[in-house]
Design a binder for this molecule. Structure first.
Ligand code: BES
Ligand code: ZN
Length: 277
């Protein structure tokens, strides 16, 4: 995996004037991710990219599916949110680059998908990458999707959320958010990091509230985890402002690359039948 690809995705996404869930720019950003992911799929017939339409706002979530070879129809979900926020001034002209929050998460995941598909990886379980819309207005996109999966009794065996991966705010590399997440799956992730990424230092931290889309899945009874860029208290201070730019995070995206590496290990180990089988 290559940090320069992550840089490229963060640049493109943060160059949109904003990615609000209601604006033309926000819709364009969703369409760009869909087009990008469709290119990665390369016409494989076991890979599909769809845009999930939500009732009530125009920005669609984007879902890339790599169909598993098993009959059991178990699914592994890796997600990030595609919208950005500056709290107020949410019209077309508001400036909300959202480079770390959360272009970084979308970019880290896009690099995982690129490598899995370039290597022609064929999982046993279905693997889905989801870029959620309308996160910044109360996790609406992911709530909609997690509820739909629950209604359809989807067998989601694990969910990984990447939201802010590119601001190295601490001496340690990755912090597993302990609240609103699965203890067992967090331990599994820590084990994956020790096994595949022994040079990385992994700690634990807490949000103290339902801070990201992992909570939407937890609320529906699914096992979710949220590896984060720093201790909660040392998070990127520029988020939700016009200063959440690549220049104010890791311009080489070396930090975000660590999250791609962990997410790749997670996708392959769980996608191949690990943890609860
Ligand atoms: N990326 C943030 C959440 C976050 C911030 C996690 C700092 C860890 C440290 C997310 O996009 C966000 O802004 N969430 C909202 C709440 C959500 C329900 C809209 C928040 O934190 O206010
Ligand atoms: Zn965010």
């Amino acid at each position: 995996m290559q940090d320069k690809n992550i840089v490229g995705t963060i640049r493109t996404l943060s160059d949109y004037q904003n990615r609000f869930y209601t604006t033309r720019h926000g819709v364009d950003a969703s369409n760009w991710i869909a087009a990008q992911w469709t290119q990665l799929a390369g016409g494989r017939d076991d890979v599909a990219v769809e845009q999930f339409a939500h009732a009530g706002w125009p920005q669609k979530s984007v879902i890339l599916t790599i169909k598993g070879s098993d009959e059991a129809a178990e699914t592994v979900v890796l997600g990030a949110h595609l919208d950005s926020s500056i709290g107020s001034d949410t019209g077309e002209s508001g400036r909300a680059p959202g480079a770390d929050d959360d272009a970084s998460g979308v970019a880290s995941l896009t690099e995982v998908a690129r490598v899995l598909l370039a290597e022609n990886y064929r999982p046993r379980r279905t693997i889905q990458f989801i870029a959620y819309s309308a996160h910044e207005v109360g996790l609406r996109g992911s709530t909609d999707i997690a509820r739909r999966y629950r209604q359809q009794r989807a067998k989601v065996v694990g969910v990984l959320q990447l939201d802010m991966t590119n601001y190295p705010g601490d001496a340690q590399d990755i912090f597993l958010i302990a609240d609103d997440t699965s203890r067992a799956q967090n331990a599994f992730l820590a084990h994956l990091a020790r096994t595949y990424l022994p040079s990385l230092k992994v700690g634990y931290s807490q949000c103290g509230y339902a801070c990201s889309d992992h909570a939407s899945w937890t609320a529906q009874g699914y096992a979710a985890s949220f590896p984060f860029e720093s201790r909660f208290d040392n998070r990127n201070p520029h988020i939700h402002t016009g200063h959440d730019t690549l220049a104010n995070a890791d311009e080489q995206a070396r930090h975000a690359l660590k999250f791609s590496q962990l997410a790749l290990a997670y996708a392959v180990e769980l996608g191949s039948g690990g943890l609860r089988r």
